[in-house]
Design a protein around this ligand. Structure first.
Ligand code: MIG
Length: 687
């Protein structure tokens, strides 16, 4: 059951697709207070209450015990203390033995979440602007609640199948030759690969929709040649359009008048990578259409996937901001300075990027009204994602394109995936990535993953290996790193064969993981879930923070610590452990419910599978398109007949065609009786 309560004058966000009539009574569960325009929702929590949700945010799967702020931010350098990341996902689920409900704030401005931070027994949710639709969702189970929320906000984006392959990326690849090195090193060493990202270095002066003519003399020929080798290029697009007279996107955007405005009606200008830029007003349909059409030259060059960046929007500085900072210099130039004044000066320059004053300097047009950016800030990245996805649909409605964005808002999950932003090569960020996955899924973002190996800082071999072991299971499996950091491609390391073997497991599992993803997406379910969703009555499972359910029947428990030779794993029920070293080398061990200390060497990683849920390993391959997905080895701990539906569609046709790709296989209990491991079927199947 979903109830809606409206406060103030909410602006349209596009997040909700299923209309719900507004109630007139009091909001259940919460007490309400107001402070100026703020609306504050307060609720007390029992000691055994856990909180799930808030999608992209730091810390644990259980969000209780910290303070979060919904304000999309470009936060290179985020840590455990960072209140805001790149996306705002305002769904929070309260779960205890005595109550279960979700609260969703459809509010594009700042929302704060004091979740037992000020008082451990109280949660306080504050809408800064006081214009919002609040939804209370009540269902019988966590799973049903997640489904009801997805039905409210719409089905998750479906990527093409090749997007489940391994993708290599690095800020710095600047030419065809450099990309060729990446692809040939992979193919030569048989490290599977499906795509290479092109970061801003491919562009002329970092200008969107251009590419360097010398470095990429014939992009179409290049992309077509790579495609013959089952490889795709995935270029980046940034939010800002450079102020460059004569540059066609700038000129046509000016002519169509699609850029955000200052109060005086002139275009708002701020600097990002290309220098001074204007910013498409993605909240306007005409601006979205204009922007989506700009991808055409790249699409015509054969590109089938993009990543959209800098769309919080990130702003390096504005002329106004620089002038303010210089005025502080002037103020201090001839006077006495002390440490306080010098810090004040330093802050003026340090705080010049992504400055709140800049976010108050520009306006969007919604209908006939002009709305100051800070009121709708969190919608910007979602608008860009929508513009891009709509552009793809206009260009070729018969195909699924890959799209993942940095910034997001609920609603954007219908149009694209997201990556988890600029993480560091830290073990703590490996753990954070794992813990974020189920909450992102709860908020609808199924196609996601982190920068494997870590974006900032220098990775170590063992950390990259452990990141890859998590990445084997994340829909987006991309190794990405920042300019000037240690080179992070698998083939740079002496233990590259170990890492290659890890990637082969992804490819052996790819048809299975793809099927699990499609089932989750098409049934408004979750690909990753907290254990609480499957074992709500088991307090141990509910509190488990370093293991995650995957698909219908699996659970992952990655090693998250340096120099560890194993870890403790809690099994909420009897399961089958498959401990992988490579696609062809793994242990199959039935294990009982309870606590286990499991040896997991650096080159190993376990997957746990529930009884009567089969795991399918295909014949493998070096790209998603050349997999042998007719021969499967099926592993299943079973005591009854088991059926499995495998998606074997062409991987690019839009969803209605998916059903035609469905193959049902059945396993009879006899298989497990006759097996060398009693109760576990290990059988080869030819489809
Ligand atoms: O200011 O394009 O998160 O993945 O490599 C940094 C360069 C801009 C931020 C993205 C990152 C990307 C980088 N970008």
């Amino acid at each position: 059951m979903i109830r809606k309560y409206t406060f103030g004058t909410p602006l349209p966000t596009g997040a909700v697709v299923q209309p719900v009539p507004a109630e007139s009574g009091d909001v259940p569960f919460f007490s309400l207070s107001r402070e100026e325009k703020k609306i504050i929702f307060t609720i007390s929590m029992a000691p055994d209450e856990v909180l799930f949700g808030l999608g992209e945010s730091v810390r644990g799967m259980n969000k209780r015990g910290f303070f979060y702020r919904s304000w999309n931010s470009d936060v290179f350098n985020h840590t455990e203390s960072t209140e805001s990341l790149y996306g705002s996902h305002n769904l929070l689920v309260f779960f205890s033995p005595s109550r279960l409900f979700g609260v969703y704030l459809d509010d594009p401005g700042t929302v704060t979440w004091d979740l037992g931070y000020t008082r451990s027994d109280t949660a306080v949710i504050t809408s800064e602007n006081g214009d919002l639709d609040l939804y209370i969702i009540e269902e019988e189970s966590l799973t049903a609640l997640a489904r009801a929320f997805r039905q409210l906000t719409g089905r998750s984006y479906l990527p093409p199948r090749w997007a489940f392959g391994y993708i290599q990326s690095r800020w710095g690849y600047a030419s065809e030759a450099e990309i060729r090195t990446v692809t040939s090193e992979h193919r030569k060493r048989h490290i599977p690969l499906d795509g290479v990202c092109m970061d801003i270095d491919y562009m002329v002066d970092f200008r969107n929709f251009t590419w360097k003519p010398d470095a990429f003399p014939d992009l179409k020929a290049f992309s077509e040649a790579l495609k013959k080798d089952h490889l795709r290029l995935i270029p980046i697009i940034d939010a800002g359009i450079p102020v460059a007279p004569g540059f066609p996107p700038y000129e046509s955007g000016r002519e169509a008048d699609v850029f955000c405005k200052k109060e005086d009606g002139s275009d708002f200008v701020a600097a990002v990578w290309p220098g001074r830029c204007v910013f498409p007003d993605f909240l306007r349909e005409d601006a979205r259409t204009w922007f989506g059409d700009q991808y055409r030259p790249l699409l015509e060059a054969g590109i089938e996937g993009f990543w959209n960046d800098m769309n919080e929007p990130a702003l390096f500085y504005s002329d106004e901001g620089v002038a303010d900072a210089f005025s502080r210099v002037e103020e201090l130039r001839n006077g006495e300075t002390d440490y306080e004044s010098m810090w004040w000066l330093k802050d003026a320059f340090n705080g010049i990027a992504n400055n709140m004053d800049d976010y108050r300097r520009f306006y969007h047009r919604i209908g006939n009204t002009s709305v100051r950016h800070d009121r709708v800030h969190n919608l910007y990245g979602a608008g860009m994602t929508r513009a891009t996805a709509e552009g793809f649909r206009r260009y070729d409605p018969s195909k699924r394109f890959l799209l993942f964005s940095r910034s997001s808002f609920i609603g954007a999950h219908r149009n694209g995936g997201i990556w988890q932003g600029d993480n560091f090569s830290w073990w703590s960020h490996l753990k954070m990535a794992l813990q974020m996955l189920p909450n992102l899924n709860l908020c609808g973002f199924l196609y996601t993953g982190c920068d494997l190996g870590g974006f900032g800082c220098n990775v170590t071999e063992d950390l990259l290996e452990r990141f890859l072991q998590l990445g084997v299971f994340t829909p987006l499996m991309r190794n990405h790193s920042a300019l000037h950091t240690r080179e992070q491609e698998i083939y740079r390391f002496s233990s590259w064969e170990m890492m290659r073997d890890t990637v082969t497991v992804r490819y052996a599992l790819l048809p299975f993981l793809y099927s699990e993803f499609m089932k989750a997406a098409l049934t408004d379910g979750m690909y990753f879930r907290p254990l609480a969703f499957d074992y709500p009555d088991d307090p141990r499972a509910v509190r488990t923070e370093d293991q995650v359910m995957l698909g219908e029947g699996c659970m992952i428990a990655p090693v998250l610590e340096q120099n560890a030779t194993g870890r403790y794993v809690y099994l909420p029920e009897d399961m089958l452990m498959v401990r992988f070293r490579s696609a062809a080398d793994y242990d199959v061990i039935p294990m009982d419910q309870g606590d286990h200390r499991i040896d997991i060497a650096l080159n190993e990683f376990p997957l746990f599978v529930k009884k009567n849920h089969p795991l399918l390993l295909c014949g493998g391959g070096e790209s998603s398109e050349t997999l042998d997905d007719r021969h499967f080895t099926v592993l299943c701990r079973m005591d009854r007949e088991v059926a499995y539906d495998l998606y074997r569609d062409d991987g690019t046709a839009p969803d209605p065609d998916l059903a035609r790709g469905l193959t049902r296989m059945t396993l009879s209990p006899g298989l497990a009786q006759a097996s060398s491991i009693p109760g576990v079927a290990i059988s080869d199947i030819l489809l």
